[in-house]
Design a protein around this ligand. Sequence first.
Ligand SMILES: Nc1nc2c(ncn2[C@@H]2O[C@H](COP(=O)(O)OP(=O)(O)OP(=O)(O)O)[C@@H](O)[C@H]2O)c(=O)[nH]1
Ligand SMILES: [Mg+2]
Length: 194
Amino acid sequence: MTNFGPQKITTVEKVKTVGQKEEVLFHVKVILAGDGAVGKSSLLRRYVFDDFTEQHKMTIGMDTHTTLTRVPGLGLVKIHTWDLAGQPQWSSVREIFYLGSHAMALVFDVNQPETVKHLPDWVHECRKQVPNIPVLVVASKIDLPSRVPVDKIARWAKNNGHGYIETSSKNNYNVELMFEKLGTLGVNFVLKSR
Ligand SMILES: Nc1nc2c(ncn2[C@@H]2O[C@H](COP(=O)(O)OP(=O)(O)OP(=O)(O)O)[C@@H](O)[C@H]2O)c(=O)[nH]1
Ligand SMILES: [Mg+2]
């Protein structure tokens, strides 16, 4: 059984696109990382509750949710998502949260150029605990005017072997696909690590 690290704070289960009874074959732990206010919790909120709020309620330390997700070609995957607090004051508590994780969503805000500056630092912080963890770079809030050269970031992601996706929690654009991709990356990492 995979060790998912410290105790979960909240757990919500949602069955997504589940047909007849099926076995869950894989459990994966996914990290949501990126600077403060880039939209990490909003992505998870959209995915789990199909909801969105304009209010920014800073995550305190970390929050988790568990979803049952159908991943094409892999069947049902239980995704345990750990949504980290992005503000710098939480950096010392974050280290332990990475332990036992299988994929990382690295989120930046297309409307806030300074949020791309720390992307390599986030990869470094996570890979200190989980070397070679697969990374999906997530451009968030694409409903807003882009003030970031997203093509350049997409190229950076590709050159470093990371995935890349553009999303909007507000408009519910690509949020499901993002979690499917994270499920796939996570399962492949589990299989490689066996
Ligand atoms: N327009 C727009 N606003 C968004 C979107 N996603 C999030 N926001 C807003 O961005 C702000 C921050 O969102 P959060 O999801 O709380 O950000 P976070 O990355 O979890 O922040 P921390 O927990 O502080 O690290 C909130 O005011 C959200 O309403 C989006 O897709 N479009
Ligand atoms: Mg948050």
